[in-house]
Design a protein around this ligand. Sequence first.
Ligand code: FES
Length: 306
Amino acid sequence: MDVRELRLARPDGQPLPAYTPGAHVDLHLAPGLVRQYSLCGPAQERGFYTVAVKLEQNSRGGSRAVHESLHAGATLEISEPRNNFPFHACAPHSVLVAGGIGITPLLCMARELRNVHRPFALHYFARSQGHAAFAQQLDSPEWRDAAHLHFGLDLSGTAEALERALADPVAGAQLYLCGPASFMDLVRTIAAKRGWPTGCVNLEYFKAGETASAAEADRQIQVTLARRGDRVVVPAGVPIIDALRRAGVEIDTSCEQGVCGTCVTRVLDGIPDHRDMFLTEQEKTDGSCMAVCVSRARTGHLVLDL
Ligand code: FES
């Protein structure tokens, strides 16, 4: 996984402001370039903050600046920590469910729960161990009793693992989610089915600030099918795969969550807006293929090899 871990300390060595698990800070990476990153903890550590930044293929400068321009010893302006992700350290039991780089705030929470000796389970879903931040650490004996690593699962495997993870919630238990939107929707659906009260479900969507704007994400696009010579209109908010099916185009799928790669299709023209967790960063940068189950377009028109 293309993740860079940063340790941020004050130049004068003084302690940093305290924060609660789930908090994030603004990093001022360049004039006009401010990005939020979750603090990974441990929350008691006041000498430095830790953040983990995944290089986003569609970076509008934030993650790219972190990966390519920052060097050890650089001076960076940051905000005080802020927290929009409620955390209940005293809950009788906690279940934390992370997808991809969504592990960062949940790792901080898990560290705190461990520190205060509260029971919890951390479930971490990623395409593979190589794509999972902190995988080595979470696979260590210290974490093995609480951390459950789920790598390379298709949709039914993911759903089965979630059914088990979310079964029989203890009264007062808290559920925490962070990851891509499609993954979060699946977790929330299964949590509701398994009897988790809405008020006990706490979530933070994986930050999409470096991908397409909301307007780009929701607008209508056109897809030309090069081999068939057809053109399909994909309305705002409709997945490309659904629009293709309605037009009678058969494409094999499995997870429909951007995880398995079954639906990956060659792109002949246009720029995809990648939302999947399957393609490598290089493949996303090349833009010559895309997972049509979840990804959209940064251009109003795509030409697919179909
Ligand atoms: S069907 Fe699995 S990535 Fe699209």
